[in-house]
Design a protein around this ligand. Structure first.
Ligand code: NAP
Length: 260
């Protein structure tokens, strides 16, 4: 990783999509605990307001904003709301994702692939493009795209993953929707990183590792707070920090470079 110069100071203005539960909520909480103002993007008002109330109860500056990543009008309205309240955005965490049943390619109905891409891929692009004008007004804009090692083409193309912490049985799991959508997230991360590099906007793909949420039947080897460590680190990178990277972190918070 590139070394840093100055660190952006709190309070920063952050937007986390899919922040009413799971990984997104944990990232939102951790960003708010650093003293930042965090917009909790949620498609359901009741769930979004419930998360907002819990975090505000803990003394954090968390603000629900209605945002369905598959609905461009709702994304535009959310961006307008943030613009009216702050005039800029410093941190965007594209996190909202859906998880369809884990099926092999030959067993996956096309509708499931389409709906997964609508949220996990097109949703990231929609929110990024809608908020870029606000991010460009920040003096330290950071974009974090939540990805997964299951999107790694390098790992998928390896025939021997024995000894890997991520794939202890030595095999890459054959799950179409999740893998292919996260491979696309990795690709779009690099495209945005390259486009925005000269503007100093840092764009990175981060895996929360494996944490218990509704999306994975509440399995996992890290806690939600541990899963939020690397996304938060990349969201608060100092100027001159890395861009176009794919990372995660271990239980102890040690940074892990993931293969593309
Ligand atoms: N859990 C893991 O171990 C793991 C590992 C690698 C990567 N990830 C990634 O982490 C991210 C979060 O997943 P999670 O595990 O926290 O799953 P989760 O608990 O199911 O949370 C998903 C979140 O996304 C929201 N969402 C879904 N569709 C949306 C839409 N159209 N607009 C706005 N929000 C929407 C959900 O809102 P509702 O409550 O309204 O459904 C929920 O808040 C995903 O990108 C996932 O791929 C997770």
């Amino acid at each position: 990783m590139t070394s840093s110069t100055t660190s952006p100071t709190a309070p920063r203005i952050a937007l986390v999509t899919g922040a009413n539960k799971g990984v997104g909520r944990a990232i939102a909480q951790a960003l708010a605990e650093l003293g930042n103002t965090v917009y909790l993007g949620a498609r359901d008002e009741e769930r979004g307001k419930a998360a907002e109330a819990e975090l505000r109860e803990a003394g954090l500056d968390a603000r629900f904003v209605k945002l369905d990543v598959t609905d461009e009008a709702s994304v535009r309205l959310a961006a307008k709301h943030i613009e009216e309240e702050h005039g800029r955005l410093d941190i965007l965490v594209n996190n909202a994702g859906i998880s369809t049943p884990w099926r092999t390619p030959s067993q996956t109905p096309l509708d499931e692939v389409r709906s997964t891409f609508e949220t996990n891929v097109f949703g990231y692009i929609t929110v990024t493009n809608a908020t870029l004008p606000l991010l460009r007004l920040s003096d330290a804009a950071r974009i974090v795209n939540i990805s997964s090692v299951i999107g790694s083409l390098t790992a998928a193309s390896s025939t021997d993953l024995e000894g890997s912490e991520d794939f202890p049985d030595g095999k890459f799991p054959v799950i179409l929707c999740h893998s292919v959508s996260k491979a696309a997230v990795n690709s779009l991360t690099l495209m945005y990183a390259n486009e925005l590099r000269d503007e100093g906007i840092l764009v990175n793909a981060v895996s929360p590792n494996w944490v218990p949420t509704d999306a994975n039947y509440n399995t996992g080897n890290l806690t939600l707070a541990q899963g939020a460590v690397m996304p938060v680190r990349m969201a608060t990178l100092p100027d001159g920090g890395p861009t176009g990277t794919f990372t995660s972190s271990s239980i102890s918070g040690e940074a892990l470079d993931l293969p593309w």
